[in-house]
Design a protein around this ligand. Structure first.
Ligand code: FES
Length: 128
């Protein structure tokens, strides 16, 4: 079965029209995550103002589920405080996508890990 036919409409929409894709100039934090099994990677860039994420973009080299998870994750963290963003788990991302095929559920972990890595990088840059 082709990968796309297993996805629901929300996932396909994010896959075909990824939101906030691309590198960011002068980000306040950059986080990278890799799935050790398949090797897919995601890089997340965040802009932070007064401890609130004001912008987020991503670059993902991976499967459709990873791209859709990255895309929706950038939308979900925008406007959130750092602490709120850290609460966005892979399950929250999968739920926002209306679910993922069983073999693809792990792909959303990439986005969760990238959020944590970007926040860590932001805090490090601030000297925290
Ligand atoms: S198969 Fe690698 S992240 Fe989906």
């Amino acid at each position: 079965m082709p990968e796309e036919t297993a996805y629901n409409q929300i996932v396909i929409d994010h896959l075909k029209h990824p939101r906030n894709m691309g590198e960011m100039e002068n980000p306040d934090g950059v986080g990278e995550a890799q799935n050790p099994v398949c090797g897919d990677t995601m890089r997340l860039f965040i802009k932070v103002e007064m401890d609130r994420i004001s912008g987020a973009t991503f670059l993902t080299f991976g499967c459709g589920a990873a791209i859709a998870s990255s895309s929706i994750a950038t939308e979900m963290i925008k406007g959130k405080t750092i602490d709120e963003a850290l609460k966005i788990s892979d399950q929250v991302i999968t739920k926002a996508l209306g679910g993922l095929p069983p073999t693809k559920v792990h792909c959303s972990i990439l986005a969760e890990k990238a959020i944590h890595a970007a926040v860590l990088d932001y805090r490090k840059r601030r000297g925290g």
